[in-house]
Design a protein around this ligand. Structure first.
Ligand SMILES: [Zn+2]
Length: 322
């Protein structure tokens, strides 16, 4: 008899404490296994289930014949159990302002460093498929940029020295955001606020002909050739009828609440992962329960890998697990 799938965090912790429940939950969400589990190496459907180990073994003779449900997912090669991984996915996916590696470490009984790595892997799952351009529905799209970064005086001395030397004191990162009214948001780290860079992203992400709204930044000049571009002059007013960027501002305030309140400090190198995390929650906030959002995050876990070296940019380091 299978237990009902979890609806709350409390249910999830209890449910995923049973390895067979983790297994059935994940198997059911892997499209390539819809007609039965197949070998990830050779594709054979003739696989035997090793009940005691909760693993499968391919009937064809080749290396790595045995595999677990973690194969080909962000959990692959992690020695941590799914009883820790899946509640961690639940927490990050459903906490409105995010959750810090310190909190996860305490909640799940792992080190802060391990928790940090887990959270970044889960953010990779939050990175959605783009699914077409914004504005295609006929709704207007707001465009805005913001700066993210610590003020130098709040930084530890060694960090400050490292950041300020060699970067010309540029300790702020530019983030560009676009949101379709009543629809989805996209946010990305950009190198500069120069026209060429910002307009490239606008054209890649917004359907030609759409109504777009921005502030009076010069870099947006020229978009009126391809878009119905309305500009709000923030020196004078914040809205003029439907001409405003308040939806985008609302997203920035959610993002900054998470970054300043929960995460304390984020290196620019990792910022895009926090953008993915916040955009995932924002884009899946309406008409979805916590269980639905978790289900979606789990479906996005398949087919993604992230090594510690890729994550830190330091090839040769290995993940520490406690
Ligand atoms: Zn095989």
């Amino acid at each position: 008899m299978e237990a009902t799938e979890p609806k709350t965090l409390k249910d999830a912790i209890l449910y995923f404490s049973k390895p067979e429940n983790c297994l059935s939950y994940l198997v059911a969400r892997r499209p390539e296994w819809a007609k039965g589990v197949v070998c990830p190496i050779c594709g054979s459907a003739t696989v035997g289930f090793l009940k005691n180990q909760l693993r499968w073994q391919c009937s064809v003779r080749h290396p790595k014949r045995q595999f677990s449900v973690k194969v080909g997912t962000i959990f692959e090669d992690s020695p941590l159990g799914l009883d820790k991984w899946l509640p961690c996915v639940w927490l990050l996916t459903n906490c409105k302002n995010g959750i810090s590696s310190y909190e996860i470490g305490r909640d799940l009984g792992v080190t802060q460093k391990t928790a940090w790595f887990m959270l970044h892997r889960i953010r990779l799952a939050h990175q959605g498929k783009d699914g077409g351009k914004l504005g295609g529905s006929g709704n207007g799209v707001e465009i805005d940029e913001t700066f993210i970064g610590q003020k130098a005086r709040n930084m530890h001395a060694s960090v400050r020295a490292r950041k300020i030397t060699g970067t010309g004191g540029k300790d702020k990162t530019v983030v560009l955001g676009m949101v379709e009214r009543g629809g989805k948001v996209r946010a990305m780290v950009v190198g500069t606020r120069k026209k060429r860079e910002l307009q490239k992203h606008v054209r890649e992400n917004i359907e030609v002909g759409s109504a777009i709204f921005s502030d009076e930044l010069k870099s947006y000049d020229g978009l009126q050739a391809d878009y119905q571009h309305a500009v709000i002059n923030h020196a004078i007013e914040y809205a003029n009828g439907n001409v405003h960027t308040n939806t985008m501002e609302n997203f920035w305030s959610l993002l900054k609440r998470g970054l300043h309140g929960t995460y304390v400090s984020v290196e620019p190198f990792h910022l895009f992962r926090y953008l993915d995390e916040q955009a995932f929650r924002y884009n899946n906030r309406k008409d979805m329960t916590d269980a639905d959002r978790f289900d979606l995050a789990v479906r996005q876990i398949v087919g993604k890998r992230l090594t510690y070296a890729e994550l830190t940019g330091n090839v040769g380091e290995t993940e520490t697990i406690n």
